[in-house]
Design a protein around this ligand. Structure first.
Ligand code: KG4
Ligand code: ZN
Length: 344
């Protein structure tokens, strides 16, 4: 066994409303994965309240790290390196994880690795599929981002396109909110849509011209809001399941079409789904069907690794460390961090 295989990486994640820590052996063997979610805390406000999130991260971060070490049956002195999300995300939330990671790395005199949260989402797939290797096309769909990323190598990416406005998850959450569904709305719409007719309402699909890998969901969001308002003005009860299913179909159709086009343009035969919206059952099914039809190998992470977690951060950190991509103790939170190691 090579030395690298035995490396223990502690991952820390606090970019939004999950405080998480994980211990990874080598690049792909997950020893523990602790996620403390704040969802119930933010639910009564209909979304994440940044200040409350930061404060709760402060309370949770050390107990969560302790639990991750305990579950992995290791102690802090066993940890070889510490990987932490430093962006994108909420600045106050990110700072908690970054500060904890810096303090621990300094105290233990071990390397620190700043990780891009989006890249982390992609790397969740390496944990669920140990045989997966670059190159591949990654469709990243989360609450904050929607992007098609050509993963050329473990530390080499090319951005095909991203959203101009709302992220896919954000659109799910906003539509759910106006329909009176609790936060986060994605899983609620997913459930409601299962009982609806996805062809009931013909909502618009934006930027469909070939070769355009940008996304836009704000027009779709307005169309759904207008539809619901029109129904209300006519004193007609909208069929909520039909609206949810039709909205979901409009999102999925664009995601599938652009993924297939990006694969074909780059001559790739592997598609990897990542981010919180990867947990959507209809999206996973459609991509699986479309991939089978076009001879594409399709991967998506285990459900627990789709939404925010620190296992994916530890994994991304491990591959950065193999390439010598470390941070120093000046590492700071970068809320608007864009994809790193991209092709010019
Ligand atoms: O990746 P993630 O945990 O956080 C960000 O990095 O943004 O993604 C959270 C997003 C939320 O918008 C949530 O509504 C959405 O993922 N989501 C889903 C489902 N599960 C989570 N969207 C659609 N269907 C789901 N089953
Ligand atoms: Zn995320």
């Amino acid at each position: 066994m090579s030395v690298a295989k035995d490396i223990l990486t502690l991952g820390i994640e606090s970019s939004c409303d999950e405080t998480a820590a994980a211990v990874l052996r080598g690049g792909r063997e997950l020893l523990s994965n602790v996620i403390s979610t704040q969802i119930p805390l933010h639910r009564k406000y209909g979304g994440v309240v940044p200040e409350i999130a930061s404060r709760r991260h402060i309370v949770n971060v050390m107990p969560v790290i302790d639990e991750a070490l305990r579950n992995a049956e290791v102690a802090l002195p066993d940890i070889d390196q510490i990987a932490v999300t430093y962006g994108p995300g909420l600045v106050g939330a990110l700072l908690v994880g970054v500060s904890a990671a810096k303090a621990l790395a300094f105290a233990r005199n071990v390397p620190l690795i700043g990780v891009n949260h989006l890249e982390g989402h992609i790397f969740a797939n390496f944990l669920s599929h140990t045989e997966l290797k670059p190159p591949f096309m990654a469709l990243v769909v989360s609450g904050g981002h929607t992007a098609l990323i050509h993963v050329i190598g473990y530390n080499h990416f090319a951005l095909m396109g991203q959203t101009r406005d709302d992220a896919a998850g954000e659109a799910f959450d906003k539509i759910a909110r106006v329909m009176g569904l609790p936060y986060p709305g994605g899983p609620e719409i997913d459930k409601l849509a299962a009982a609806g007719d996805e062809d009931a309402v013909d909502f618009p699909r934006a930027l469909r011209e070939k070769g355009n890998y940008e996304f836009s969901f704000s027009g779709l969001k307005s169309a759904v809001l207008n539809y619901l308002n029109e129904m209300k003005m006519k004193n007609t009860e909208a069929n909520r399941a039909d609206v949810a299913a039709s909205f979901q179909k409009a999102v999925i159709e664009v995601l599938v079409q652009k993924s297939l086009e990006a694969l074909s343009e780059t001559n790739l035969d592997t598609l990897v789904l990542a981010g919180g919206v990867a947990a959507n059952s209809a999206l996973e099914r459609r991509l699986r069907e479309a991939s089978a039809e076009h001879g594409i190998h399709f991967y998506y992470p285990d459900k627990i690794l789709c939404t925010d977690n620190a296992a994916m951060i530890a994994c991304r950190g491990y591959y950065q460390s193999r390439a010598g991509l470390f941070s120093d103790l000046r590492l700071n939170a970068v809320p608007g961090l864009s994809l790193q190691n991209v092709e010019a």
